[in-house]
Design a binder for this molecule. Structure first.
Ligand code: SF4
Length: 329
């Protein structure tokens, strides 16, 4: 994390008006016989943000807010309904040339929540980490690849001797270190981290976050960090985007979000973060639940939970202006 986001740092990732709509209706004949129309759910609606090179953009929101859907569209694992993602000037998706797609595959990596599920249990750690190096033809020769695997293991705080072991021989935190070493093996510029610490114990979470911050500084990495927990992203993010039911409700620098939150939902999330200076004080907690996206509230999606809601909020969708989407901002 840099001290403050500045205007001179070039942008690496541009996400524009991203939208994902799922069609929930059954086959055509079933719909006709049941007399039902098309049923859709909008999981992501008009989401735009930029990430500067070498910085961390954290996307936060409760479960069901659409943050993982955004992450998967950004890396091209999920097709977009609308919008565009550009990474280092290359459009992610079918319009990119074969050469550009190959470059993107090498320069974007993803780290998942469950490191055990993302590592092949039948492969040795060495084979898992070496696979991208061999696939992309980055290093030739068995000995040179093995040496690079040893370097990567050392870089993430493990031993080169761990290359001959299998994933089940490691703890959760160590497995996440292996997943990070594999992600680094293709020399990426941009890593999407989808809840990378939420399956780990609190003490181990801090170690992994410190490792990721250290690697970012040493290797100049750019992160998109997905989390349901504002407390986790507080010390790693340069910019934070708050997502509610598929829509961005606020974007600001990390310090500004915590010191001067503007959207009522951001304020609610911050009130739920435990106070480290006063651990005895119970957090105020989250009020209500995120609504069903199949039948979202009209106007501002947040109005049924918002303590400041007015009649206008039930009818009119607040525009996203100057970093916030609220009629009162
Ligand atoms: S637009 Fe209205 S309901 Fe939505 S957050 Fe602002 S005040 Fe609350």
């Amino acid at each position: 994390m840099k001290s403050q986001s500045d205007d001179i740092t070039p942008t690496l990732v541009t996400v524009s008006k991203l939208r994902k709509v799922y069609d929930l209706s059954g086959p055509w004949l079933e719909k006709v016989l049941a007399g039902k129309g098309k049923q859709t759910v909008t999981a992501v609606d008009n989401v735009s943000f930029d990430i500067k090179r070498g910085e961390t953009f954290a996307l936060v929101g409760e479960s069901g807010s659409g943050k993982t859907t955004v992450a998967r569209m950004v890396v091209g694992l999920l097709e977009r309904t609308a919008g565009e993602v550009r990474i280092d000037g290359i459009s992610v998706g079918s319009t990119a040339s074969a050469g550009e797609r190959a470059r993107l595959r090498r320069s974007i990596q993803m780290i998942f929540q469950d490191p055990y599920a993302s590592l092949n249990p039948r492969w040795t750690v060495g084979a898992i980490i070496a696979e991208p190096i061999v696939t992309f033809g980055l290093i030739k020769g068995k000995a040179a690849v093995a040496e690079r695997v040893g370097e990567l293991l050392t870089l993430v705080g493990l031993s080169p001797a761990d290359a001959v072991k299998y994933p089940h021989q490691f703890s959760g935190g160590q497995r996440q270190r292996i997943a990070i070493a594999r992600a680094l093996s293709s020399n990426p510029e941009f890593i999407v981290c989808d809840e990378p610490t939420s399956a780990l114990d609190v003490s181990v979470q801090a170690q992994i976050l410190n490792l990721m911050a250290d690697l970012q500084e040493r290797l100049g990495l750019t992160y998109l960090f997905i989390s349901h927990n504002l407390a986790v992203v507080r010390h790693v993010a340069d910019q934070i985007g708050v997502l509610y039911l598929g829509r961005l409700v606020e974007i600001a620098g990390s310090r500004d979000i915590f010191e001067r939150p503007r959207h009522p939902y951001t304020k609610m999330l911050i009130a739920a973060v435990p106070d480290l200076e006063d651990p005895g004080k119970a957090p105020e907690g989250i009020v209500g639940e995120i609504p069903n996206p199949v039948s979202p509230p009209t106007g501002c999606h947040f109005h049924p939970r918002c303590p400041l809601a007015m009649d206008r909020c039930k009818i009119e969708v607040p525009a996203f202006r100057d970093g916030v989407a609220c009629h009162l901002a």
